[in-house]
Ligand binder design. Structure first.
Ligand code: SF4
Length: 429
């Protein structure tokens, strides 16, 4: 899409992300303490320091994939001996770091002083950061977050809070800077405000036709990863929500002749966003929502916003550590997905079996069955890799999607007044 065709929020997104990477490189060059973090690590903790900046390798890898550099970076890591079966985010990041940021749209990431991974989503991430630890001889702090198969337990929350306290102490000792909890508190308040606008934006999927596509939401996630807790973060998501509201009022919809409302399960296919979105739109289908973007700002098993109430900042950060889908068991995943399927009147679910992300993909077949049995909602499984385009076949994917849409069309014809998924529902526990 040309700059001229972009929405204001699209243009602002480019600016927020560009500014964030520029700021990161500039401050690092001027001597800031640099931390590389896993996506779940609460970035607001670093706002409590005078001069600590952070980078998110997963987000940088996604950007590489979206800009067409994913395969180049993966191949560099593979030449170093890393298996092509490893997560493509890890391979992209290792490939980029090993080549000094060559081919990266952001010129890579500045060398870290500290690596902070966690065990929330997968054990691979810890090994990946350990590879950096060995190669760059940089300390590696691991936050151990228990997997959750039900509501987070108080003892788990205390355990996570104690590790956040340790992390703050480690950074104080290493950087010589003092942490100010009130600054972190203010950053969390801003994040919570921004996420309220984010949820408002996602809510325009309820409209018929939907005011958004999940592809918009994939792209618009970026400020959550690079600018959390900043005034720019709040301003951006306010703009996004307000502009989307205006477009819906004006009758501007991404798929105006929407026949099929779909829901996506798994990480965004970063290298296929435009093609998949346009290909589905041409078939009258819109993926209106996704587990990947809906879970941001919520708690385990729910896509509702969990707002910050001004209480203990570390307690809040610990409470929201389990929002991402990967570590959830069947019951939590099923509960959240069923809520979204009802809320957005979804006709069918696209389960994207992801070659890279085993934790996200492993229980999808069971979830498919569950959604069919409990909600009567049909689904299709397609094969993708979120960042390695070599493991994706457009032909095979669209053959399956096309056949699936034919099934949905036949269902709609038989039902006559079929409006989605509410028939034959059973309670999801
Ligand atoms: S395997 Fe999945 S959860 Fe783990 S780092 Fe890769 S994308 Fe993230």
């Amino acid at each position: 899409m040309s700059e001229k065709q972009k929405t204001q929020a699209g243009k602002n997104l480019t600016k927020v992300v560009g500014d964030a990477y520029m700021d990161l490189h500039t401050k690092a060059a001027q001597g800031a303490f640099v931390v590389w973090i896993a996506i779940n690590v609460p970035a607001e903790l670093f706002a409590g320091f005078e001069n600590v900046v952070y980078a998110v390798p997963e987000s940088h890898a996604a950007l590489n994939a979206a800009k067409g550099a994913g395969v180049i970076q993966c191949e560099k890591a593979e030449r170093l001996g890393y298996s092509p079966d490893l997560c493509s985010y890890a391979r992209i990041d290792i490939g980029s770091a090993a080549s000094g940021g060559k081919d990266s749209p952001t010129f890579g990431l500045p060398k870290p002083d500290l690596l902070v991974s966690d065990t929330n989503n997968c054990s691979l991430l810890v090994k990946w950061f350990d590879a950096h630890h060995r190669r760059m001889e940089v300390p590696h702090f691991i936050i151990d977050v228990p997997f959750c198969y039900g509501p987070q337990r108080a003892e788990d929350r205390r355990y996570i809070v104690s590790q956040f306290t340790d992390l703050i102490r480690v950074i104080e000792n290493m950087s010589g800077q003092k942490h100010d909890m009130d600054k972190s508190r203010a950053a969390i308040e801003r994040t919570s405000q921004g996420l309220a606008f984010w949820k408002e934006f996602l809510g325009f999927a309820r409209h018929r036709p939907s005011g958004i596509t999940a592809f918009d939401s994939f792209v618009q996630m970026a400020p959550f990863l690079v600018a959390r807790g900043t005034p720019q973060f709040v301003d951006h998501y306010r703009l996004l929500a307000e502009e989307t509201a205006q477009r819906v009022t004006d009758g501007v919809f991404p798929v105006p002749d929407e026949k099929f409302r779909l829901f996506w399960d798994n990480i965004a296919p970063w290298h296929q966003l435009r093609d998949m979105s346009a290909g589905l739109a041409a078939l009258g289908a819109n993926i209106v929502g996704a587990t990947y973007t809906s879970c941001i700002g919520g708690l385990e098993g729910s896509f509702e916003l969990f707002p910050y109430d001004g209480g203990d900042p570390l307690e809040y950060c610990a409470r929201t550590q389990n929002c991402y889908v990967c570590p959830h068991g069947m019951a939590l995943r099923g509960k959240a997905m069923a809520g979204a399927v009802r809320d957005f009147a979804i006709d069918g679910i696209v389960f994207a079996s992801n070659r890279s992300c085993k934790p996200y993909s492993l229980i999808q077949m069971d979830q498919q069955r569950r959604m069919a049995e409990v909600l009567g909602v049909p689904s299709v499984m397609i094969d993708v890799d979120h960042a390695d385009a070599r493991k994706y076949s457009r032909e095979a994917t669209f053959t399956r999607l096309g056949a699936f849409l034919e099934r949905l069309a036949a269902r709609q014809t038989v039902s006559g007044d079929f409006k989605g998924n509410t028939k034959n529902e059973r309670k999801v526990s």
